[in-house]
Design a protein around this ligand. Structure first.
Ligand code: SAM
Ligand code: SF4
Ligand code: SF4
Length: 373
């Protein structure tokens, strides 16, 4: 008899099988956590693998060729993902973002998009379905994704200068190919496209203005993300964070800006527009201006663990329920209970100095490539 091999990655983060409550309750579409935050947004990581090695996410020194990624059998199948997504939608989720690792590396991703695009909210609306990608495979896949029902796309790009970008992705990937990917996505009808730039002081902050200049007068919304202390491998230091207020001040000097209202509650980006009408930008200030108060996001990891916060140290193992034969009603009730007990607000606590999860004895924090952005 062959011993059952339990993949290493399954043990990497603490998790527990969620409790199925004695009183099963069908989803009502309105679920609130302990801070009265509804469940609206689900981010699904479809692979923990990536062909880039961005230093702030998957530093090459840690994610070596020997690194053990999840084996295929650990990953949720498309049917499992769709089944869970349907239950989340019944609980009130109306926005689903596919992410990773690099989501376009997952074989047959368009098939998953097709399945998810068929979901309907309790009000009968299609879910807002989107995907975040490094764009390396976008030229090849944009039309396929659009045809499968993907509505929009977000592309990550940290610099326009080729040498800076190649250094940051640490995979020698050229800027020109990302720009071509963006064009292909626009042609395919995946706009309006958002471009995310993670700003690291001293590494790419001199690229803020060139990026702003490049995407002004286009339909692309550029968003500047503060470098975050996610995971435990990126060697994060506060002095490498450039506060969004500084980003806005620098751009405003060159191209005057004015604030815009947010589109909806729980929106992560603060919106600004150029006073001359040449477009819109956003800043995501996860470090300097916490937005936990309205955080309505749940994250489903590649292997089916539910995380309630980007900075969580443990997940809720929904795959165990799926593969253990639980019914939809049981799984939905378990998800309901987990969300109702949620009180996560890491960034708020970090801002007030109350966060203690970073001390040595604390459980390991989840990595961005595993949980998705
Ligand atoms: N591979 C895809 C990509 O890069 O777009 C999707 C996954 S990636 C984890 C999702 C987003 O998280 C990207 O926009 C990336 O720039 C961002 N991200 C990763 N690590 C980060 C960090 N330490 N701080 C801020 N943003 C980060
Ligand atoms: Fe890969 Fe995206 Fe992480 Fe960069 S940010 S290493 S592209 S998963
Ligand atoms: Fe949401 Fe956690 Fe980020 Fe706060 S720190 S906004 S709770 S993901």
């Amino acid at each position: 008899m062959v011993d059952k091999v339990i993949p290493l990655a399954d043990h990497r983060y603490a998790s527990a099988v969620p409790l199925i409550p004695a009183n099963l309750a069908a989803p009502t579409g309105t679920l609130n956590d302990t801070l009265a935050r509804p469940l609206r947004d689900l981010r699904i990581s479809v692979t923990d693998r990536c062909n880039f090695r961005c230093g702030y996410c998957m530093p090459k020194a840690v994610f070596t060729p020997q690194y053990e990624f999840l084996p295929h059998s650990s990953l949720l199948t498309f049917e499992e993902i769709t089944r869970l997504a349907r239950l989340f939608v019944a609980h009130g989720v109306h926005k689903i973002r596919l992410t990773g690792g690099e989501p376009l590396l997952r074989k047959g991703i368009d098939q998953l998009v097709r399945q998810l695009s068929e979901l309907r909210t309790p009000e009968g609306q299609a879910v807002d379905l989107t995907l975040t990608t490094n764009a390396s495979l976008l030229v090849k896949k944009a039309q396929l994704l659009r045809d499968a029902g993907l509505q929009r796309i977000t592309v990550s790009l940290d610099a326009l200068d080729d040498a800076v970008f190649r250094r940051m992705n640490d995979a020698d990937f050229p800027v020109a190919d990302v720009l071509e990917g963006i064009e292909a996505a626009e042609r395919a009808g995946l706009g309006p496209i958002k471009v995310n730039m993670v700003v690291k002081r001293g590494t790419n902050d001199h690229e803020i203005l060139p990026m702003a200049a490049h995407f002004r007068h286009t339909k692309v919304t550029l968003r500047f993300i503060e470098y975050m202390d996610v995971g435990a491998t990126n060697g994060w230091r506060m002095d490498e964070v450039l506060p969004s207020a500084d980003v806005i001040a620098r751009i405003n000097d060159a191209y005057p800006l004015e604030r815009l209202d947010s589109n909806e509650r729980g929106e992560t980006a603060r919106r600004w527009r150029y006073r001359d009408g040449s477009g819109e930008i956003g800043v995501i200030s996860s470090v300097t201006q916490a937005f936990c108060r309205d955080c309505n996001r749940a994250r489903l990891s590649t292997e089916g663990k539910l995380f309630l916060c980007l900075f969580a140290t443990h997940g809720h193992d929904l795959r165990a329920l799926l593969r253990g034969g639980a019914t939809d009603l049981e799984i939905a009730s378990a998800i309901g209970l987990v969300w109702q007990r949620r009180g996560d607000r890491y960034s708020d606590l970090r801002a007030t100095g109350g966060e203690t999860a970073l001390d040595g004895a604390a459980p390991r924090r989840v990595e961005m490539h595993y949980i998705g952005g």
